[in-house]
Design a protein around this ligand. Structure first.
Ligand code: NAD
Length: 297
């Protein structure tokens, strides 16, 4: 039987390894990316390279992994006339909820099915096919897309109708940014009180201060040996991407009139961290910024 043909647009740090996992799972994958380097790496992984309109014309499923909602809507508008009837469009980028809903509307008007399926798990999860997908769209669209998502990830959560996946991603990452700053502040205060990192960790990790930013991704070296703090704050999840997600959360909060004072403070702190040249540093490195009194509040 001919394997399902998939078009994959956006073969960058995330999309490249995700598309490679589709090839490994037996799919025939045609991809496109304006970056020559991304195309060269994709070819090595067995992905065919073609102009976007050619790649999507042959595909039953189109996966996109792009920088922003603007990129997605422009790519969608270009590809729509070339799609086979009844295609499934799966967008895995992290974008604003309004653009995600607009993409669903474009897909539906064109007679296609759509899913917004942003991910958590980062580049490591993309390589290891252990991503979590937060999915918005109809049950029918998800059932059709499930085998494709399963080839790239480990966990699929159906969050609701179109846009719900992006809403979940934005809310989760705003919470993550806030909690990381909270944990980092606690360590800096502990340092100045003469309390060791390990002592604070031993108490907070088994007490009411417990959270993922502390127990899985501890921002100081020592207590969690696998955290980026033990590796010079090499990402992981870069501060520039955290800032992008906090800005999406701030825009969503403004659009819905939602009070998110801590989300806004987290956005300001990460903006200052990135402006200090730390955009490529892991987001847990914010502890250094706090410790150095690089606080702009
Ligand atoms: P990236 O910049 O490495 O990749 C994006 C790719 O899209 C680039 O190679 C770019 O050339 C390509 N592109 C731009 N316009 C295009 C078009 N019209 N058609 C085809 N390709 C096009 O970024 P990334 O780290 O792979 O992130 C991709 C998305 O995943 C972003 O929305 C990001 O927020 C999200 N994300 C990233 C991570 C991470 O850890 N890197 C984690 C979760 C989510």
């Amino acid at each position: 039987m001919t394997p399902t043909a998939i078009a994959f647009l956006g073969l960058g740090n995330m999309g490249g390894p995700m598309a490679a996992n589709l090839v490994r799972a037996g799919y025939r994958v045609m991809g496109f990316d304006p970056s020559e380097d991304a195309c060269a790496a994709a070819r090595e992984a067995g992905i065919g390279i073609a102009p976007a309109h050619e790649a999507v014309a042959q595909a039953a499923v189109v996966v996109t992994m792009l920088p922003s909602g603007r990129h997605l809507l422009s790519a969608l508008t270009d590809m729509l006339p070339h799609l086979s009837p009844g295609s499934l469009l799966v967008d895995c980028s992290t974008i604003d909820v309004d653009s995600a809903r607009a993409a669903h509307a474009l897909a539906t008007e064109g007679g296609h099915l759509g899913l917004d399926a942003p991910v958590s798990g980062g580049v490591g999860g993309a390589r290891a096919a252990t991503l979590t997908f937060m999915v918005g769209g109809s049950g029918a669209a998800l059932e059709r897309g499930r085998p494709v998502l399963e080839a790239m990830g480990q966990r699929i959560v159906h969050c609701g109708a179109g846009g719900a996946g992006q809403a979940a991603k934005i809310c989760n990452n705003m919470l993550l940014g806030i909690s990381m700053i909270g944990v980092a502040e606690a360590f800096v205060l502990a340092e100045r009180l003469g309390l060791s990192h390990q002592a604070l960790f031993d108490v907070a990790s088994t007490s009411s201060g417990q959270c993922w930013s502390l127990t899985s991704y501890c921002p100081v070296p020592g207590p969690v040996p696998t955290s980026p703090a033990n590796d010079g704050y090499r990402p992981g999840f870069a501060a520039a991407l955290m800032l992008k997600d906090l800005r999406l959360a701030a825009d969503a909060a403004t659009a819905t009139g939602s009070p998110t004072p801590l989300g806004a403070a987290a956005e300001r702190l990460y903006a200052a961290f990135v402006a200090a040249g730390e955009g490529g540093t892991d987001f847990s490195g914010i502890v250094r910024h706090l410790r150095d009194d690089g606080v702009t509040e």
